[in-house]
Structure formats: C-alpha cells, structure tokens
Design a protein around this ligand. Sequence first.
Ligand code: GLC
Ligand code: CA
Length: 545
Amino acid sequence: MSEHKWWQNAVVYQIYPRSFQDSNGDGIGDLKGIIQRLSYLEELGIDVIWLSPVYRSPQDDNGYDISDYRDIDPMFGTLEDMEELIREAKKHGIRIVMDLVLNHSSDEHIWFQEAKKSRDNPYHDYYVWRDGKEGVLPNEMKAAFGGSAWEWVPEVQQYYFHQFSIKQPDLNWENPKVRREIYDMILWWMEKGVGGFRLDVIDQIAKEPDLGITANGPRLHEYIREMSKETFQKGDLITVGEAWGADTKRAKLYSNPDGSEFSMVFQFEHVGLDQQEGKTKWDLAPLPLIKLKQTLAKWQTELHGCGWNSLFWNNHDLPRIVSRWGNDREYRKESAKMLAAVLHGMQGTPYIYQGEELGMTNVYFEDISHYRDIETLNLYEERLKEGYKPEDILASIHAKGRDNARTPMQWDDSENAGFTRGTPWIEVNPNYTQIHAKESMQDPDSVFHFYQKLIRIRKEYLVVSEGSFTLLYEEDPQIFAYVRTLGTQELLVCANFSKEPVVCPVIEEWKDARMLTHNYQTPLQKEFKPYEAVILFRDKKGAAR
Ligand code: GLC
Ligand code: CA
C-alpha cells in the first residue's frame, strides 16, 4: 500500500471564471467575483478550486490561448487579485489549481511574434514548422476546431502546425529551451502558492506531425517525467493531466503512486459512449448504460492500488450531465442526485463543475447567433457547407455544444441570475428563475445539499477513498449498483439510471445497513422509483461503523 496523499480524499470544484461571478458589471466573470463566492464554496465543502485559464490572452478559445503565462488577463483582474484569491481561498481551507496550457500558446505570445519573423530568430524553433509552398500543405492533418492543421507564414515561407485554432500554434517540446521556459514558469507559480495544476491536452505535447501523430507521441512520458521532476515534485501539489487518448495502461504511468508523473489524469472513455461509432461527438446516439458501467468498472478495478482515478461527469467542454444522462424535465432533481451518488461513491478524486451542484441544465438557444464557442461556430459553418439542415446541426449543438456548460452561474432569480449587473457575455439560461443557488441553499432537500452530503461521506468513511470495487447487475440495462469493500466495511451504491421503475433485489440483503443518503423522502423498498438512488453502509464487525 502506498502512503495516503491529501488529494486522495479531496473534492475539486471547477470554476470557468468568465461565467462564474462578475464583480464590476462588464458582463464577464472575474477573480474578485470568485473571492466574493468563497464562503459558498466552503459551505459546499470542497477542498480545491480548479480555475480555467485566467492568464493574459486574446480569448480566441476563451483563455486556452495564452499570450503571457506570467500575467492575468485584465478582463479577469490583476496579478494582485490572483495573489489575493490564493490567500483568501486559503482562509477558507481551499487551494487553487491553475490550468496550464502547454501544448500551444497564443499566436500573440511574444515567442510566436518573434518566431514568425525569420527562420534564424532565436524563437523560431519554439514552434513546429515545415517547409513547403504556399497552397501545398505538408500533409492532410486537420485541426480540432476545423480546417487544416497547417498555416502558411509568408515571412518565413513555412507552415506552422496547430492542433487547435490558427491562433493556437503548437509549441515545440523537442526544443529543450522551450521545456526550460515552461518549467521556470511553473516554478514561478508554485512560489506564488498555487495548490496544483491541471494540464491541458497534455497527451498531445509530443506530437509527430510527419507521422500524423497527435496524442501519445513516443517521447510523451519522457517529457512528463522531466517536467514533474523539475517542478511538481518540489511541492505537495495535486496535478491532473487532460488525456483524451488515455487507456488504463497509460493511466497507470500517468498516476503512478511513486509520483513520477501526475497525481491523476482525466480519461474520457465514458464521455464518448453516446456517439455513433467512428464518428464525432456531434453524431448523436443513445447512451448504452451497460457499456458505461463496464467502462467505469474497468477504470475502478484496474487502477485500484496502482494508480488513481479522477471522477467527473462535467467540465467546461461537456454538456450538462443532468440533461445528457439524466432527465432535465420532470425528474431534474432526482436524476441530478442519482448521477452524483453514482459518481461520488467511487474511488478517485471527484470534480464538480460549477452549477452541477445545483442541477443546472443544458441551454437550448433557438438560433446560432446566441452561441459564442469557437468550436460550435466553426462546426455550424462547416456542416452548413456540407449540406446539413440548420435544425439538425442545432440539435447536435443542443446536445453536445460546449456553451451548455458556459452559460452564467445561476446565483438567484434577479435579473441575469445575480451573475452580473451588466450584459452577460453569453445569455443566462432562461430557466434561472427556477434553478439557482439561493433556492438550493434554502431547501434542505436540494441538489446542493445532496452534494454537500456526498462530500461529507467521502471524508467520514474511509471505504469511499480506499475500498475495492465490485459491480453488481452487470447486464442490467437500468440499474447501476456497486459495492465498495475495505476490511469488514462495505458500502452499497444502488441506483435506478432510468425513468421506469425497476426492482433491485440486493436491497433485501442490506435491510440492517445504515442509510447514508437517499434521493427520495419515501421509505426505501426494493422497487426503485425513477432515478432513485441510495448509499448504504455496514460493518460486518458488529456496529455499523
Ligand atoms: C482542452 C480544453 C479546451 C480547449 C482545448 C485547447 O481540451 O479543455 O477547452 O479548447 O484544450 O486548448
Ligand atoms: Ca468583470
């Protein structure tokens, strides 16, 4: 058994700063706004805030295009505000995790401004260039946000490589100078007292464009180990890599308990289950529950004792889980709680995305003009050209668009949901009059209080952070149930993942167990109501604790 790390029973809360709380009426959330809401987060019980990028940026991809890694964008505040946030959060027992975007910078970063001047500029080799002729692309590789991955620069008569937008040129990790610059920058933030880092698309840093390789390049783990040794290992941090291409084998490297890489990674195997095979996330398909269970169970069992999972349904790139795999109409609260129970009963570090704790839903804008996300806007144009009907493209956007997660946080039922006194950069979800934090804080039976309870359970019962995992009813298309075991202690999470009632016979065997939480007020019976979920605990050594 490896020693217990502080982040192994921590709960992380992700803030998307531009949509969380505006403090000065310009319609954009900011650092001062976050400071105002720290007591709310303390009340919820979280330990860590992961902040999506607040660095200086032209905001082509909402801050995932950084033009200065050592400064804060004026839109969000100042470096002093950031220092204040770190200090104030600490008073509430909360650490701040910064988002590190290291695969690419902004094209407005001074490095790129220099790099594109001439081939012998000292910064030229900070980026990935290929010779060619204008109009003759080095190869057919595509960028994630549409179009070619290559962009021509006449001054140097070369193409640069960009896996994301044209304004996000890829950094050249093969250049040791680039790596050194990055490590120094990380150390600089560590000195400021940040609690850790989330590493954006980290599995794409070791790209090999000539071989068509984006994720999982040959030198990937070599780079990560070097970075970890030069930086993270000098502190007691939580680090999480975003790795769309991770399988369990690779995840064991990333989250090796010896600390040689990261604390954990975000894997996305479960996230891709509701799309047509071999197609994109926009090509919708219903969720096969049995596959979801198999996938999560595999991650639970294979990493147990030799790696560490992150647990999440949501982030700023994903649709709202209650709309996606729950029911955001008549069973909104029940299904939001059910999804929370299923996730928070597992082993790993849970991540709550802002508003998830209120059961916030997707937004269904009727017209493309309401959308702001570069990925969504590019998709719309691209599919129109390919002959798709506007209503079909919108249906995909309603289901999967990133703006679903990016509408402003719903604080109360005043105008603009208490997010801003100005005009919000993206419209508030019209359902804010019903769904908001003020109501949730007052109602003891709210989704908020259910999350609060789950966080407490994780801290109180060691079996949640340490126990092994056994899936029950593997082939059942409605029930999601599992048992966690640690010595004589057992935890049962049993949920109806559907709108139709279903019988869960296992409940009979757990009659004498202690009920830790339940999303219905009615007595527990073996027939489960729509989206009903319960967590039970027992200790075979007599007393139930
Ligand atoms: C990650 C981020 C996403 C961003 C992309 C490029 O996937 O989560 O928001 O657009 O990387 O940086
Ligand atoms: Ca503001």
